[in-house]
Design a binder for this molecule. Structure first.
Ligand SMILES: Nc1ncnc2c1ncn2[C@@H]1O[C@H](COP(=O)(O)OP(=O)(O)OP(=O)(O)O)[C@@H](O)[C@H]1O
Ligand SMILES: [Mg+2]
Length: 364
């Protein structure tokens, strides 16, 4: 299994600084996902690892081997890129065999390996079909088999599911995850879909403007985001501001007065008078006051501007102050919990559910 290290990579295209000093350490056999908005440098970083693009500075190592002078075709990488379409004039089997033929394997070895790869992606009965006779999901599985059949030391996938509809995306991502675990191939996966990233990854790295903002387990990024960009990119976050008034009731808590005049207990560090940014997830807000006396409960009052009823969940937009709209998700809602636009309501949340957003004391 391959450990991938990227150290101090910088890449410019003319005046554009596409990669601004990125280092990362991908553990053997893990599925490592790069997420971030369009143009943040995900594809560029992947192409540098694949050897399809040369960095200005920095280095790439597979285990202890420096890759900088190793051409792409000798790096033994399987790639599933958006623009690596299947060859329309070759059958499914011939498509899968492509990389093996390029490596000049004997025909009987090729036949065995192609059959095995086709079985892995559940295409064994379609190996003689032409690509035009396949569905979108089947075509994507051909591309996957073609990447896996060469037994790569590293699999690089750039938005492999973006051409598929929602249901197929979920099916194929489960297949990718299952195969990746079974074959224990170190995989670097690019998506800008945060739900996909949470569902599929061992580790997620959030990128913005050529830099890595945070690297961690899915739940670390969700529950302990390093700042409001990560907090809002991975899920939805209500970002609220206030000032520390004094110590809090519980350990690791502070009493805070919000900009719209509520006095709260929140998880925070800092001294009285300091400004503070507080994150609260929509699902941490409740319509009933908390019954657990062990915890400090806080309230938030506002007017419903929008209600979306989804059965298991009701999603409210609540106007709390003139310039502050809060999203609340009430799970398993009671009949009495259904409010409509214009209704006033009070939302409650436990101090333990607040998320300090560090490094953002500056306002505006
Ligand atoms: N060949 C190129 N020439 C000039 N600029 C480029 C080139 N390739 C990428 N860029 C620029 O580098 C930056 C990073 O691009 P990149 O394709 O890596 O983004 P990305 O994160 O993959 O975005 P997306 O989610 O839209 O695919 C962008 O500003 C892009 O315009
Ligand atoms: Mg891209």
């Amino acid at each position: 299994m391959t450990r991938v290290r990227v150290e101090g990579i910088v890449k410019r295209f003319g005046d554009t600084l596409a990669i601004d000093g990125v280092s990362l350490d991908v553990q053997p056999g893990e599925l490592f996902t790069l997420v971030g908005p369009s143009g943040c440098g995900k594809t560029t970083l992947l192409r540098i690892m694949a050897g399809l693009l040369e960095q200005d500075t920095g280095r790439v190592l597979f285990n202890e081997d420096r890759m900088d002078d190793v051409p792409s075709y000798l790096r033994n990488i399987g790639v599933v890129f958006q623009n690596y379409a299947i060859f329309p004039h070759l059958t499914v089997g011939e498509n899968i065999a492509y990389g093996l033929k390029a490596r000049r394997l004997p025909p009987d070895r090729i036949a065995t390996k192609v059959a095995e790869a086709a079985r892995l992606v559940q295409l064994e009965r379609l190996v003689d079909r032409m690509p035009a006779q396949l569905s979108g999901g089947q075509q994507q599985r051909v591309v996957l088999a073609r990447a896996l059949v060469i037994e790569p030391r590293l699999l690089l996938m750039d938005e492999p599911l973006s051409n598929l509809d929602a249901k197929l995306r979920v099916q194929i991502r489960s297949l990718i995850r299952a195969l990746q675990r079974e074959l224990r191939i170190t995989t670097i996966y690019v998506t800008h879909d945060q739900e996909e990233a949470l569902a599929i990854s061992d580790t997620i790295a959030v990128m913005d403007r050529g830099q890595l903002l945070q690297v961690g387990k899915p739940w670390e990024l969700y529950l302990r985001p390093a700042g409001s960009f990560v907090a809002d990119f991975i899920g939805t976050m209500n970002v609220l501001r206030g000032k520390i008034e004094g110590p809090g009731r519980g350990a690791g808590e502070r009493t805070v007065v919000t900009d719209f005049g509520e006095r709260w207990q929140v998880r925070a560090t800092g001294r009285p008078g300091e400004p503070i940014t507080i994150g609260i997830r929509p699902e941490s807000l409740q319509l009933e006051a908390g019954a657990n006396a062990q915890e400090s409960w806080n309230s938030l009052k506002g007017t419903v501007t929008e209600m979306v009823y989804l059965g298991a969940v009701v999603r409210y937009q609540v106007q709390v102050a003139e310039d502050l709209l809060v999203t609340a998700e009430i799970h398993n809602p009671d009949f009495s919990a259904i409010c409509g636009a214009g209704d006033r309501l009070t939302l409650w949340f436990a101090a333990s559910r607040t998320i300090p957003l560090p490094g953002e004391t500056g306002r505006d």
